[in-house]
Design a protein. Structure first.
Length: 133
């Protein structure tokens, strides 16, 4: 992603390609985006392209809707983590807090995140446990 150590990058790519499954948690991606932006000074478009490249691999599993919300927020000039958090909160039935900035609230509304339905667990057929516990 950063190209600062070609040998390490080649090893990492080989490990990822050989893995049966690569699970990418949203928190790990939030941290990666923060580091790429703050430490490596990558632009939002460079970061979004790098994440999308990783997500294209057949063996990568992640919470795709949350990550896409983060990418949309990043590309709209906001923080990736804010988009991820907003999506996850909406999925759980929450709404943006009154502390959200106008820019964040407008983004959430455009993404349909202000009023989410309460999804049910899909752990097994017929399960009707509310995601809110």
């Amino acid at each position: 992603m950063v190209g600062d150590d070609p040998a390490q990058e080649a090893r990492a790519k080989a490990e990822l390609a050989d893995a049966e499954m690569v699970a990418l948690g949203s928190a790990a991606l939030c941290e990666a985006v923060w580091v790429l932006n703050s430490r490596y000074r990558r632009s939002a478009s460079e970061i979004a392209a790098a994440i999308r490249d990783i997500l294209e691999a057949d063996n990568v599993v992640t919470d795709r809707p949350s990550i896409e919300a983060g990418l949309a927020m990043l590309e709209a000039g906001g923080y990736f983590a804010d988009g991820v958090i907003a999506h996850e909160g909406a999925w759980l039935g929450g709404e943006p807090s009154s502390r959200s900035t106008g820019k964040q609230s407008a983004f959430y509304g455009r993404q349909g995140m202000l009023r989410a339905s309460r999804p049910s667990c899909r752990c097994q057929e017929g399960c009707s446990v509310s995601a809110r516990g």
